[in-house]
Design a protein around this ligand. Structure first.
Ligand SMILES: Cc1ncc(COP(=O)(O)O)c(C=O)c1O
Length: 373
């Protein structure tokens, strides 16, 4: 029998309860008016999200994977092009490259932050490289000044996978505003999550934004003629109902993010002296928004089991690096030791805006007991 859950991994229902009173009327009206796809609610959210990301444009799409794939396609990246991807990420980062028709070139990550670095990127660029996807994994950001400089010098596009990093910053500048484009997921469990799947591409490049919008809408050019298609696109549009939810949650995202950061700071303080747990490093120039509170430990299964026996839920992000995933192994060019080691050691502690300090302390207490054994 499982013990009662004392500390859940997350609590999406608490977020839904908080926003629902604000959106109940608008949501119900939109539902009954049957205006489901696009329209003013989507336009309003796009405007607000672009402002939040400090970019000129935001284009709502169906999910974060499409945001990445459509961005690559809009940049003209496809057959024969290589796109550098850190292997320590969710499979969607690399899958989007393959689905765009290009080749993922996997690289290792920094052992302290578990993110890509300018040196890793510089060493991986070849004449076939056309882009790099910088992943702000866990909600943390790597050295964007260095990465942008390396990408610019090599003449390759830099795309940000900011699926886990709504509101993250490097030198007070928002995630998504550094590269050719920033790609976001609004999957329910993300820091900014919809009531279903959703995503967005943000960019300062108006032409790129229009290309993504058109690709996501069957290649329509936005003109009056519904049956005029400039090229073959796909259907990856944002729903009006999701936009209403996202707008209401966006208004709270800073408060929720600050709560995440304060719980993460408490974890960091409590776990700093641990002889067995290793925390990921955060550059002082970065604002880590803690989509995930990731720690590493040698005996992960054992530690997770003790936590579970104490009613504490944990997750693993991610147990298999992309270059070792069966459908992606064909693109691997050799071992990536840091990613491979992180995959067996990393796991994620409960962290969500509506948790309590007592819950954080309870997790730390149990972790303390395990490490003393
Ligand atoms: C790093 C990363 N990239 C891409 C994605 C894909 O987003 P989605 O699930 O909305 O397609 C996710 C989330 O699932 C993610 O965590």
């Amino acid at each position: 029998m499982h013990p009662a859950i004392e500390v859940p991994f997350t609590d999406l229902s608490a977020m839904a309860h908080e926003v629902w009173p604000d959106i109940e009327t608008t949501y119900t009206e939109a539902l009954l008016a049957a205006r489901y796809v696009g329209g003013p609610a989507v336009a309003r959210f796009e405007e607000n999200f672009a402002r939040y990301c400090e970019t000129g444009h935001a284009v709502g799409v169906a999910n974060g994977t499409d945001a990445l794939q459509l961005t690559l396609q809009a940049l003209g990246i496809g057959a024969g092009d290589e796109v550098i991807v850190p292997s320590n990420t969710f499979i969607a980062t690399a899958a989007a490259v393959v689905r765009a028709g290009a080749i993922p070139a996997f690289v290792d990550v920094d052992p302290d932050s578990l993110l890509i670095t300018p040196a890793i990127l510089a060493a991986a660029i070849t004449p076939r490289t056309s882009a790099v996807i910088v992943v702000h994994l866990y909600g943390n950001m790597p050295d964007m000044d260095g990465l942008v400089a390396v990408a610019d010098k090599a003449g390759i596009a830099l795309v940000e996978d900011a699926a886990q990093a709504h509101g993250a910053e490097w030198r007070d500048r928002r995630a998504g505003s550094f590269g050719a484009a920033g790609c976001f997921s609004f999957y329910p469990g993300k820091n900014l999550g919809a009531f279903g799947d959703a995503g967005a591409v943000v960019t300062n490049d108006e032409k790129l934004a229009e290309k993504v919008r058109s690709l996501a809408n069957h290649g329509r050019d936005g003109g009056a003629n519904h049956y005029e298609h400039s090229f073959v696109g796909t259907n990856s549009r944002l729903d009006a109902l999701q936009a209403i939810v996202l707008d209401a949650k966006l208004a709270r995202n800073e408060t929720w993010t600050e709560a995440r950061i304060s719980f993460a700071d408490r974890y960091r303080k409590e776990l700093a002296g641990s002889k067995t747990l290793r925390l990921t490093e955060v550059n002082p120039l970065a604002r880590h928004v803690y989509h995930l509170m990731v720690v590493r430990v040698a005996n992960r299964e054992q530690v997770q089991k003790v936590l579970q026996d104490n009613g504490i839920q944990t997750g693993v992000h991610y147990p298999v690096p992309c270059h070792l995933q069966p459908p992606l192994r064909q693109y691997a060019t050799g071992p990536l030791p840091v990613c491979e080691q992180a995959a067996v050691e990393q796991f994620s502690l409960p962290l969500f805006p509506h948790m309590s300090r007592a819950q954080v302390d309870r997790v730390c207490e149990v972790l303390d007991e395990v490490s003393e054994k």
